[in-house]
Design a protein around this ligand. Structure first.
Ligand code: SAM
Length: 296
């Protein structure tokens, strides 16, 4: 499995790289192989190509460029390497503590007061579902503690059909379960040897579907019909993209938020969101935001 921390964009640490060569690689991918990699953050792209250099035993980026121009399989290998699907249950513990103690109880109370139906959640870029299931566990726990039904719907979307297949199966190995409380593990999973399967009553609570956040023809995932989400999670995805692409994604997810709705991002991505405006950080470190309503 790809270790995500190896891949996170950072300052370019590869002095042998020339920007011109990177641009040529992007052009070869587009013109020869029909794959658009220009949307990715430059340092992430450089790092990913450098890994392909090592895998193909090429000495220099220029040698790799020549190889790439003639080899479709290599182009597909490079394209696949840009899709990082790593995830964990309750991945950022501080963020999930804030959801558990402040955000979700607040939303439940608001729904009850206004009689405005279910809590609507969107996990955007859900990978194999760990994030969506983590929110479902918190909501189930809250309902049990309150002793009354808590209507909610979770929509979880991703680009990758392979990730969505695992998500729908709801079967995981122990990697990625390290932040799950012992009690939750025993309540919401059944264990068979080293595999953990989500219990059926939880599996009915999340609706998985394919959706590209960069789809220009829709303003929210079609399966949700009208968006209007009380909570949107878009974590550990923004930093793989160039700034203008990040802004387009942020604009889309903010447009889907209900008045006073919450937006959650990865703990290392908070700075990107702050820069975009329209949201206020709920608490430091800024990974949980609330939609700012325009003054009348
Ligand atoms: C690193 S995983 C993060 C998963 C989860 N959100 C988390 O924080 O653990 C990033 C996921 O975003 C998905 N993704 C990347 N770009 C996307 C896009 N444009 N539309 C939908 N999903 C996307 C990838 O397929 C991958 O599964």
């Amino acid at each position: 499995m790809i270790n995500e921390s190896d891949m996170k964009p950072e300052k370019n640490t590869f002095p042998r790289w020339r920007k011109a060569t990177l641009d040529e690689i992007v052009e070869v991918m587009r013109q020869v192989h029909g794959r658009d990699v220009s949307r990715y953050d430059e340092s992430f792209l450089t790092k990913s190509i450098d890994k392909r250099l090592a895998a193909t035993s090429m000495d220099t980026p220029v040698a790799y460029l020549e190889h790439l121009a003639q080899d479709r399989e290599e182009a597909e290998a490079l394209f696949r390497s840009l899709s990082i699907g790593y995830s964990e249950f309750f991945r950022d513990p501080l963020t999930f503590a804030l959801l558990e103690q402040v955000v979700l109880p607040g939303l439940a109370e608001k729904k009850e007061k206004t009689g405005r139906g279910e809590i609507r959640v969107w996990s955007a870029g859900c990978a194999a579902g760990q994030e969506a299931w983590s929110v479902a566990i918190l909501l189930e726990e809250m309902a049990a503690a309150r002793g009354k039904p808590l209507p909610y719907r979770i929509f979880a979307t991703d680009l990758s059909p392979a990730e969505l297949t695992v998500a729908r199966t709801g079967v995981y190995d122990a990697v990625g379960l390290q932040n799950v409380r012992w009690r939750h593990l025993h309540t919401y999973f059944t264990r068979k040897e080293e595999r953990y399967t989500l219990v059926p009553r939880l599996r009915d609570r999340v609706d998985f579907s394919a959706y590209d956040l960069l789809d220009g023809y829709s303003v929210c995932p079609p399966v949700s019909v009208y968006g209007d989400f009380d909570l949107v999670l878009c974590c550990n995805l923004l930093f793989y993209y160039r700034p203008e692409i990040r802004s387009a994604i942020l604009e889309k997810v903010q447009g889907c938020l209900a008045p006073g709705g919450y937006f959650v991002t990865g703990e290392t991505e908070g700075g990107i969101v702050k820069e975009s405006g329209g949201l206020r950080a709920v608490a430091p470190p800024p990974a949980v935001f609330q939609k700012i309503e325009p003054r009348r």
